[in-house]
Ligand binder design. Sequence first.
Ligand code: CO
Length: 218
Amino acid sequence: MRVLNQLFENNRNWAKKIVEIDPDFFKKLSNQQAPEYLWIGCSDSRVPANEIIGLAPGEVFVHRNIANMVIHTDMNCLSVLQYAVDFLQVKHIIVCGHYGCGGVEGAMDNRPQGLVDNWLRHIRDIYQKYETTLNGINNSKRRADKLCELNVIEQVSNVCHTTIVQEAWRRGQALAVHGWVYGLENGLLRDLHVCVRRGDELSSIYRMAINEELEEKE
Ligand code: CO
C-alpha cells in the first residue's frame, strides 16, 4: 500500500486539470524554464510563493528558509541566487517576509531553542541594530511586525551586496531587487519601498526605506 494516498490522488487530479486546459503544458515546461522572478521567502506553510502572486509552475524560481534570510556564507541560498541570475537571467528578485513569522518571533524569545538558535542569531543581530526603536514599541505583536519589516530590508541589502548581484549590475544586466511583506491575516502583499535596480542607488534607497520604517508611528 502506498502511503499518503490522498496526496497522490490530489496530484493526479491537479495534473489532469492542467492538461484539460492546456494539453501541452507539461511537455512545454519539461523542455525549459524561463522564470522572470526569483522569490526568497519564508518556509512557513502559509506563505506559498506561486499561489500568492498568482503564477503557474515555470514562472517563479523559489528559495525558502526560516525567516527569509540571505546569509553571505549560505551556499544553498547563494547557489540558488547565482543560478537564477547568471543562468535563468531573472529580471526581479523578491525578498518576501511575512507578519506573524515564527522565526522572527523565535528570535525575540530568549529561551534556548537548540540548533535553530544559530540561524536565528542573524535576526537577533538585526534586533540589536534597531534595539532603541524596537524596545520603544509597547505592543509585542507590533514590535514583531516591525522586526519582520526591518529584516526584509536588511535581506534586500544582503542580496544587493552579493558578488552575484554586484557582477550582474556591473555587466549591465537588468535586475531589480524588491522587499515585500505578506499579511497572513488578509492575504495581501505590502511593498516596503526598497526596490533597487542599480548598485549605485542601493545605499540611498536602503537608508530611505530604513528611515521610513523607524519614523513610522506604531
Ligand atoms: Co516565517
